[in-house]
Design a protein around this ligand. Structure first.
Ligand code: THG
Length: 265
């Protein structure tokens, strides 16, 4: 499971404050702790505030303390561009979050992805919005796969995010998401990813729902998740599910986590 650490996001009020106040030490602490907790990428989002300048600052600040690759999270191509410009060394290590089948996003964001050969998250959205059915999301995935294949993009670097909608909106939304994941994995040579926490919107004890959703998603072939790696129970769910679905030979990682007293029940 590829873990994308979600904490450096200006949507979190306390983090927005740290970014706006340029609290270098506190931001670097959040970066370091997520990396230590096992994050494979650190998601950076500065949408709330001076997005472009803050993105450049955040990329620079985080890179001073960790080599973990960055996930540049913005709907604005200009912010992704500023973020990528600040990435040190091999820019093709940075994950672009995200493209979609919206005309503007393709025109502005895709050239950046292709220029640097970055991995990219592709949302199943077009100018008509988020499709209601799994079938329509698969169709958008197919369109994106065909578009990127025509540009000679390495499809193993494409992460499809079928965009989970809250269970509180419709009781089959999680089930529909799992159908999307399994069908996408069956039909295309791409990866899958989710932001998880939307599933539990407007429900009590959200973390309970999020953890079980993650485990079921992994069983259906979810390759990556944007989550809080500082949440010990969530990381335990990842470790336990990996061994359950046959991804952890001899339970090596599970036992390693146990010996390090990292398993939280
Ligand atoms: N898909 C893609 N990108 C995304 C999302 C997605 N980026 C943004 C978002 N969704 C994922 N990121 C977050 C970041 C923070 C929180 C939720 C989603 C959040 N954090 C609280 C905190 O840290 O205080 C609570 C954490 C917790 O409950 O453990 O709410 O879907 N491609």
């Amino acid at each position: 499971m590829i873990i994308i650490g979600e904490k450096l996001n200006s949507a979190i009020p306390s983090v927005r404050q740290l970014i706006n106040d340029k609290e270098t030490m506190a931001i670097q602490e959040l970066a370091r702790r997520q990396a230590e907790a096992g994050a494979d990428y650190l998601d950076l989002n500065t949408a709330q505030g001076e997005e472009l300048d803050n993105m450049e600052w955040l990329v620079n600040t985080v890179q001073e303390v960790t080599d973990v690759p960055l996930c540049i999270d913005s709907t604005e191509a200009a912010a992704v561009k500023r973020g990528l410009e600040a990435v040190k060394g091999d820019k093709s290590r940075a994950l672009v979050n995200s493209i979609s089948m919206e005309k503007k996003r393709i025109e502005e964001m895709l050239p950046l992805v292709l220029e640097h050969g970055c991995p990219v998250i592709g949302l199943t959205v077009d100018d008509n919005g988020i499709p209601k059915t799994a079938e329509e999301r698969i169709r958008l995935t197919e369109q994106m796969v065909e578009l990127l294949a025509r540009k000679n993009y390495d499809l193993s670097k494409l992460y499809i995010d079928p965009l989970v909608l809250p269970l509180a909106v419709h009781h089959t939304n999680a089930k529909m998401f799992f159908e999307c994941i399994s069908e996408i994995k069956r039909r295309f040579n791409v990866k899958t990813v989710s932001g998880l926490s939307n599933i539990s919107f407007n429900m009590p004890k959200r973390k309970v729902i999020n953890r079980y959703f993650l485990a079921i998603g992994m069983a259906f072939g979810m390759d990556a998740a944007i989550l809080d790696p500082l949440d010990g129970k969530m990381m335990t769910a990842v470790t336990a599910t990996e061994v359950l679905i046959g991804n952890d030979r001899f339970a090596k990682n599970y036992l390693k986590a146990f010996r390090a007293d990292q398993l939280k029940d």
